[in-house]
Design a protein around this ligand. Structure first.
Ligand code: GDP
Ligand code: IMO
Ligand code: MG
Length: 427
């Protein structure tokens, strides 16, 4: 049976948590393959609302095994508090598996993230301050700490000392901060080791065996395509690959195993943090989208920047991820607008451009070219099938599908599990 990838098609917060949870009941494994607790995935089950950061959204489906893959960065204190928070609410988390090769977000990585942002001043990225970038930097620089290192005290001490040698020079001499003591970091990390041990596994082996046994594996991306370190709006990105290829490297599963790639696409656009955003609104419409859509960050509580739908970005997401389907979310939020602008192309220095420019300077100058689509005023939150939608809502969806380059196979009309219109089955 198939491996499916589910990922964000825009700048994150498209509704990945809800989509993963919806499929979670029918899949055997849900795997996070990149990012860490910078993610904020909301899942609404009945009258219960869950905010997940590090744990895969499949953790809320009893039959499903949640997996944290090798490509994820793990803050052990966040992991343990997220687990105990769910346990207190009666969620069984005992099936969780964590790759021994996943990297650990250490306290000094969090410090470096915050200090670097402060130092950048007006040029800051607006990171979540969770230590994500510095941890991936240590991984690439080959001075990272991995989950498996927690079980060899001597190796752990050597690695923490090696990492801190250089960092303490920078912290004290460049940033005027106090040096961090290696032995204190080692002691803190060792304090987590036994609590995490029951979950640590060879997840690459487990997942490949599961696929050989015809199990269904769902890879859940954190962040979104435009926040990808290679394909996003660099440098205003996160430090990993949420795009589809990241599922292969971040979980150790070959590309030949992946049969479906589902892009989660919001019916309008949002972004948190700094960086270009051509359709961003600074007027009453932007304020209304924020208010009606509840667009406030799950992780940092920051207001999300809001704007109209951008088909150039959707087409780009289709291309770089090889999307087979879209899951269009939050269509209900657009109810009540007489006309809805949709960005179909950009104007860059007087020229019409249909595709996302590779040049950062061009993208910074991109002005949206809008087409106006007729809106609807009927409540759509109870719609169960495509034909239940008002004609103009149907036409909005069809227009987006045509512009975006992949079929829209599901539509979200509310935050709840059952507030979804299924058009083509994902399984
Ligand atoms: P993620 O990071 O991609 O998982 O998305 P977030 O959870 O950060 O943000 C999406 C928000 O939209 C959450 O509050 C969801 O409960 C909510 N949501 C998801 N799908 C829908 C939908 O179709 N309609 C409405 N109104 N809300 C939705
Ligand atoms: P989910 O999974 C929206 C943004 C941050 C910042 C940039 C880099 O909920 O979609 P980082 O801390 O990752 O180094 O910050 O990426 N960012 C997100 N924006 N949703 C997210 O996750 C995000 N994770 C990171 O705001 O601009
Ligand atoms: Mg989110």
């Amino acid at each position: 049976m198939p491996a499916l990838v589910l990922l964000g098609a825009q700048w994150g917060d498209e509704g990945k948590g809800k989509a993963t949870d919806l499929l979670g009941g029918s899949v055997d494994y849900v795997v996070r393959y990149q990012g860490g607790n910078n993610a904020g995935h909301t899942v609404v089950v009945g009258d219960q609302k869950y905010a997940l950061h590090l744990l895969p959204s499949g953790i809320l489906s009893p039959g499903c095994t949640p997996v944290i893959g090798n490509g994820v960065v793990v803050d052990p204190s966040v992991l343990l508090s997220e687990l105990s928070g769910l346990n207190e609410r009666g969620v069984d988390t005992s099936k969780l598996l964590i790759s021994g090769n996943a990297h650990i977000i250490t306290p000094y990585n969090v410090t470096v993230d915050k200090v670097t942002e402060r130092f950048l001043g007006k040029r800051k990225i607006g990171t979540t301050g969770r230590g994500i970038g510095p941890t991936y930097a240590d991984k690439i620089n080959r001075v990272g700490i991995r989950v498996q290192d927690l079980y060899d005290e001597s190796i752990l001490s050597q690695k923490v000392e090696a990492a801190l040698d250089a960092k303490n020079q920078i912290l004290t001499k460049l940033y005027n901060r106090r040096a961090i003591a290696a032995d204190q970091v080692v002691e803190e990390l060792l304090g987590y080791a036994e609590k995490i041990k029951p979950y640590v596994a060879d997840t690459v082996l487990v997942l490949n065996q599961a696929l050989e046994d015809d199990k269904v594996v769902l890879f859940e991306g954190g962040q979104g395509t435009l926040l990808d370190i290679d394909h996003g709006t660099y440098p205003f990105v996160t430090s990993s690959n949420p795009t589809a290829g990241g599922a292969c490297t971040g979980a150790g599963v070959g590309p030949t195993k992946i049969s479906r790639v589902i892009g989660i696409l919001k019916a309008y656009t949002t972004r948190v943090g700094a960086g270009p955003f051509p359709t961003e609104l600074f007027d009453a419409d932007g304020e209304a989208l924020r208010r009606i859509g509840g667009e406030r960050g799950v992780t940092t509580g920051r207001d999300r920047r809001c704007g109209w739908f951008d088909a150039v970005i959707a087409r780009y997401a289709t291309r770089v991820n090889g999307l087979t389907d879209f899951f269009l979310t939050k269509l209900d939020v657009l109810t009540g607008w007489e006309e809805i602008p949709v960005c179909v192309a950009y104007e860059i220095d007087g020229k019409r451009v249909e595709e996302l420019p590779y040049s950062q300077s061009d993208f910074h100058h991109a002005k949206p070219v809008y087409e106006m689509l007729p809106g609807w005023s009927e409540d759509i939150s109870k719609a169960k099938s495509f034909s239940d939608l008002p004609k103009n809502a149907q036409n909005y969806v069809k227009a987006l599908e045509e512009m975006s380059g992949a079929p829209i196979s599901a539509i979200g009309v509310g935050p709840g599990r059952d507030e979804t219109i299924e058009i083509n089955s994902f399984l």
